[in-house]
Design a protein around this ligand. Sequence first.
Ligand code: PHE
Length: 346
Amino acid sequence: KVADTLARLADAADAEAVEAIRIEALGKQGWISALLKTLGKMTPEERQVQGPAIQAMRAQVADAITAKKAELDAADLEARLATEVLDLTLPAPAAPKGSVHPVSQVMDELAEIFADLGFAVATGPEIEDDWYNFTALNMPESHPARAMHDTFYFPDTAPKGGKMLLRTHTSPVQIRSMMAEGAPVRIIAPGRVYRSDSDATHTPMFHQVEGLVIDKDIHLGHLKWTLETFLKAFFETEDIVLRLRPSYFPFTEPSVEVDVGFALVDGKRVLGGSGDEPGHGWMELLGSGMVNRRVIEFAGLDPDAWQGFAFGVGVDRLAMLKYGMDDLRAFFDGDTRWLGHYGFSH
Ligand code: PHE
C-alpha cells in the first residue's frame, strides 16, 4: 500500500492530485489513520511492534507529500519565470512631463533679445501702492486716466503710499528702477498685471513687459530703433513695418502708440508689410513715449540732466501673434491639449 501510494504521488501532475492522495492516506477516513486506530485493540506486545511500523509509514508518506508539493511549487515557478519574460531593451513608456508655458517662453525670448541690446531684467511687486502705480507716474488722485485702469484695490489700506492695489501695469517698475539704481537705466520689466476686465480679449490678470531707458540725449529715434530691432528679432523677420501714432499717457510726453502692419491670409492676421497696402491693416501693438520729466522728477532724478523713453507691451498679445493663437483665456485654462496643439507640451 505504501509503495503504491508513493508511486502514485510520484506521478501526480498537480497540487490537486497530491491533495487527493493525502486525504486518501492521512485524512480522517484515510487508510493510515485507520491503521493507527487499530493500535488501541492490540495487545501491548503487538502494539510495541506495530506502533513504530505504522508511525514510520505515516512519516514516510507525509514526507513524500511535502517533498512532492515543494517539487510542484518549484516547477510552477520555473514555468512562470520562463513565460514572464521582461524585455529590458524595450523603451520605457514616456512619463508625461511639463513644458514651458507660451507666456514664460515669450518672456524668456524677450529677456534674451533685450540682453543683446544691453537691457537688464528688473522686477517689482504685484501688490503695489497707489503712489508707485499712479501718483509717481504723473497721475494724481483726481486724474481721469486712473478711471481707465479698472483697478483692484485692497479695501481699508492706506499706508504712506496710499491705498494698496494690484498693479494695473508694469510702469511702477520704472519708478522703482530709477529710485534704486539712479541713472543711467536700461531695463525691461516683465510681469503680471491686473485689471477688473474679462472677455475674449481681456483677462483680469495678464502680462506686460515694460521697457525703460534713461540716459543722456535720448530721443524718439532711439525708441523707434529699439522697438523695430526688438520686434524683428522677436518675430524672426525683417518684414516688420511700424506706424507711430501720437497718443496720450500721463507718464510719457510725447506719447506714441505703435501699430504694426499685417496682411490678412485666410482670415488670419500675418505680420508684415505696410498696413496701408491693399488687403492689409494696422494693429495696435504697444504704448510708448519719452518719459515725462515730471516722472523723472518723482523718481528723484534731474530731468534737465536725464531723458529717456519707455514702452509697455502685452506679453500675451505677443505670444498670440507669434504662435497664431486666438483665445486669450485659453492661456490661463491650463488645458494641456490646447498647449500641445501649439507645440507647447512634451
Ligand atoms: N503702462 C501703459 C499701459 O499699461 C503702457 C505704457 C508703458 C505706455 C510705458 C507708455 C510708456 O497701457
